[in-house]
Design a protein around this ligand. Sequence first.
Ligand code: NAD
Ligand code: MG
Length: 396
Amino acid sequence: MSTMALRKVAVLGATGSIGGSTLDVIARHPERFRATVLTAHSNVSALVERCLQHRPALAVIADASLEGELARRLAAAGVRCDVASGHDAITEAVSGTLCDTVVAAIVGAAGLDSTLAAARTGKRLLLANKESIVMAGPLLLEALATGGGELIPVDSEHNAIFQCLPGGRPSLDASGVRRLILTASGGPFRGRSRAELAAVTPEQACKHPNWVMGRKISVDSATLMNKGLEVIEAHHLFGAPAERIEVLVHPQSLVHSLVEYVDGSVLAQLGNPDMRTAIAHALAWPDRIDAGVAPLDLAASAPLAFQAPDLATFRCLALAFQALRAGGDAPAILNAANEVAVEAFLAGGLPFLSIADLVESVLTELPAQPVVDVQTLNERDRSARDAARRILRNAC
Ligand code: NAD
Ligand code: MG
């Protein structure tokens, strides 16, 4: 017999890759979890399908012009749930009593307000939306302290580090931690020279060797900007200065990250590359539950290899370290410029290698300012996007 309370989970970005993996784990444990709120950007069909399976209390579509269509199609499918629309409706749903747990799996800066709302209202926050902590790290930590809830990282590297650190969140020094070591697969273009990268296409960039993910993070993985964003994420989550975070390329993606202690011990978390492990860990923490992930067969795996990243070819990683060292809102500027650059690359309007050039130009044009509040941050995000679009236009 269990006295376990049922967790009511809001899945933001329910139609995405992380959203789908989350709903898969939830469906395996109906006695523990219920998906009470599902949100999506504009894919009505996918949202209806997920509502049919999970029967939430509320479905939210960010694109307000699609609310009527969503309501009609849910009714036609026999799903009785409330329907809402718009960016603010997602934030409201997160803040209310429909959920005690929030899976932040919207992609990009669009996830910032809902992530902050979950923190402010003391929910258990499962953070996949790394862009929001990169943009607003200090504000998110402040909101968490105000709300009194907990943040469990879902990004596989940070989830791994969380698992390798002692509980209770003491400082790294008090825990005897020397360094955090983030592993990186190296993406689909590992080992290639700049000349070989000049003409790569979005399709090639989105073909990740080990993970199946949304298109934006797939491109970020190919440029190594994803690892750069993760370095900044680790800095905020674990209070680690830039010089105590190392990136190590590990093509097999079986070691998800490591923590090095002052006595020479190095703890690692291993597993198959399947996000359901991190999601199940974060949903059930401090318990452990089945995630539907196959056991890791090390004897049958390729030998584990490790190498230093090539910062001269994959300049985005170097730019992220630069933004972290610059401090203030430089990471938010980096993130905004990168979102515009990736969008342009995916649309065929920017060569792969120019992603880093564009991010660098915007960082130079908008030197770091202190992070004051969300409003100022959103204005800076807009300025960075405007600057990036202007540079793009002038280059064509
Ligand atoms: P995805 O593109 O597959 O899904 C994104 C989801 O966000 C969709 O449900 C979409 O409807 C929603 N969305 C997009 N724009 C929106 C907007 N403006 N307003 C409201 N909703 C919007 O992306 P993903 O791969 O699932 O990644 C989601 C987040 O998780 C990203 O921040 C990514 O960096 C992070 N992440 C993903 C993985 C992975 O394996 N996919 C791993 C670690 C971290
Ligand atoms: Mg990751």
